[in-house]
Write a protein that binds this ligand. Structure first.
Ligand code: G16
Length: 545
């Protein structure tokens, strides 16, 4: 093609760093993620894939987000967003992996052309890619590599600069639906704030939010974006007293450091700074504002966490009640999607108390999202606080079209419609999820304690284990069991047997160079002990012992 010389010369400016023999770059749980200094060539090549994808999909805009979310500040990452704001289709993860691992510039061009032929892509079709990045300083250089790839492939590019990940997903969907009956909103960051603020007010329906909310922003992009959002909440209609903390984006090294949703979830404690105020309602976002964890410190009982499972069951019970009140329970199928990390008590609560079906998928919102699409209302959350609620087009149509038989029915239908607008339909969004939680607590007049007593979590522990080669660990049964290395699962089974109400599993992380171990059991001591024993099994097998 005429672009060939441009691609090769541009690629020479963004060389790929060769990995040690036997290793390859891999499109993981959330795209390519690693030390930022390995990513320039990777990002250039992801630009090529995004351009191909746009051409394949009749010039629809594709999104590219540069972020490493919950990872430490020295890491970065790059992931591709499909036209409706979903994660990149799985077949294309393999194409991206193939392209990124091409050993030379010429091999890269050859792979690019082969993919175009194989996928029947007409390279003269116009292409469009929109992109954004989090606050990591390395993002600047990576965006440069991405822009060069888009230029070399004659792709129309829009640089949205610094955004939260969910904002980029929102903008991708808005771009592709603009001017159509399924328009998702104004194609701008301001459009995102306006849509969310309007839906927030409408969903509250005059209910009062009880007391201030402290939001720990992980010293990431969520801080400035949350402050911006708050300007759009009409003060005369809603009293929403938010204290934004840990919002220092000027010192890159403090990103996700001793704060943020991942810290709170894995350490099971409040960030040390600012000093937790007894009784205050708090939540934490992660580094790119797509995860959310609530908590408070009780005067008597101490720290209490309300994680993704809690948000999921809160949302599911609220929406199921509204659907019943609206007289739609026969028409709409509500379901909940979780991963193996979901606390067993939450699964029992949802199936036995809420009487809703639960589906378990592997880690990664891309898997949960997919499964949630099979319901009219699909509630999906990972225990780490990453998730959202999906409404089918038919459900949304019904909320507007059904003739209410009573004022109570009208009320429920209006609230459902508002909630569907408030919850980001493209991907898990911490700011949108936080507004949803605030709306639900206001509707139910619930305190954090009311929310907490709905069920009792089984004590649990998450452990991170560094091993020589995490790729030795392969899973089956939605990651609940190890198929490799041989013998490891048997040892885990033997171990779990010794504890009551216990469950444990191990898997390789798709975003960090480590394995993760999860264990739950009847008591705190047992959960900790089991987690440590399973971690030791993983350590032994990981080092080839
Ligand atoms: C990403 C994914 C999440 C996943 C998390 C951890 O989150 O988007 O779906 O749960 O990584 O994945 P793993 O256990 O494979 O490392 P984030 O917030 O870092 O983008």
């Amino acid at each position: 093609s005429t672009e060939a010389p441009k691609i090769v010369s541009a690629s020479k400016r963004h060389p790929i760093v060769p990995l040690p023999a036997g290793q390859a770059y891999k499109y993981g749980t959330a795209g390519f993620r690693m030390k930022a200094d390995l990513l320039e060539g990777v990002t250039f090549r992801v630009g090529l894939i995004a351009a191909l994808r746009s051409r394949k999909l009749n010039s629809q805009a594709i999104g590219v987000m540069i972020t490493a979310s919950h990872n430490p500040a020295i890491d970065n990452g790059v992931k591709v967003v499909d036209p409706m704001g979903e994660m990149l289709e799985q077949d294309w993860e393999a194409y991206a992996t193939l392209l990124v691992n091409a050993p030379t510039d010429d091999a890269l061009l050859e792979t690019y052309n082969k993919l175009a032929t194989q996928l029947k892509i007409d390279l003269s079709t116009p292409a469009k890619v929109i992109y954004g990045r989090d606050t990591r300083p390395s993002g600047h250089k990576l965006v440069g590599a991405l822009a060069d790839a888009l230029d070399a492939t004659n792709t129309e590019a829009v640089d949205y600069k610094i955004l939260t990940t969910p904002q980029l997903h929102y903008l991708t969907r808005c771009t592709n639906t603009e001017g159509t009956p399924s328009s998702y909103g104004k194609v701008s960051e301001v459009g995102y704030y306006e849509k969310m603020a309007e839906a927030f007010v409408r969903a509250l329906k005059g209910r009062k939010i009880d007391g201030p909310l402290t939001v720990d922003c992980a010293n990431g992009v969520g801080g400035p974006k949350l402050r911006e959002f708050l300007k759009y909440v009409p003060k005369d209609k809603v009293k929403f007293d938010v204290k934004v903390v840990n919002d220092d984006v000027l010192r890159p090294e403090v990103l996700n450091l001793d704060c943020g949703a991942d810290f709170v979830k894995t350490k099971q404690r409040a960030p040390p700074s600012p000093k937790p105020v007894i009784g205050a309602r708090c939540c934490s976002l992660d580094g790119d504002a797509d995860r959310l964890i609530y908590y408070w410190v009780d005067e008597k009982t101490g720290f209490f966490m309300l994680d993704g499972d809690r948000i999921s069951s809160l949302a599911a019970s609220f929406i199921a009640d509204l659907v019943r009140a609206a007289g739609l329970e026969e028409d709409l199928r509500i379901g909940v999607v979780q991963t193996a990390y979901a606390n067993g008590a939450s699964t029992s609560y949802i199936t036995q108390h809420l009487r809703l079906p639960v589906v378990c998928t592997p880690t990664g919102v891309k898997h949960l999202h997919h499964a949630a699409c099979n319901f009219d209302v699909g509630v999906y959350f990972e225990a780490n606080g990453h998730g959202t609620v999906l409404f089918s087009a038919e459900a949304i149509r019904t909320f507007g079209a059904k003739e209410p038989q009573s004022p109570a029915q009208k009320d429920a239908l209006d609230t459902l419609a508002a909630v569907a607008d408030l919850i980001n339909q493209t991907v898990g969004d911490a700011i949108s999820d936080m507004l949803l939680v605030e709306v639900i607590l206001a509707h139910k007049s619930w305190t954090m304690r009311d929310w907490a007593v709905t069920y009792t979590d089984l004590p649990n522990r998450l452990v991170r284990v560094e091993v020589a080669d995490k790729d030795l660990f392969r899973t089956t049964d939605a990651e609940r069991r190890l198929s490799h290395p041989p013998g490891a699962q048997d040892e885990i089974d033997q171990c779990v047997k010794k504890y009551s109400s216990a469950r444990a599993f191990a898997r390789a992380s798709g975003t960090e160079n480590a394995c993760r171990v999860y264990a739950e059991a009847a008591t705190r001591v047992e959960a900790d002990e089991l987690a440590n024993k399973v971690a030791q099994i993983v350590k032994n097998h990981g080092s080839g012992v």
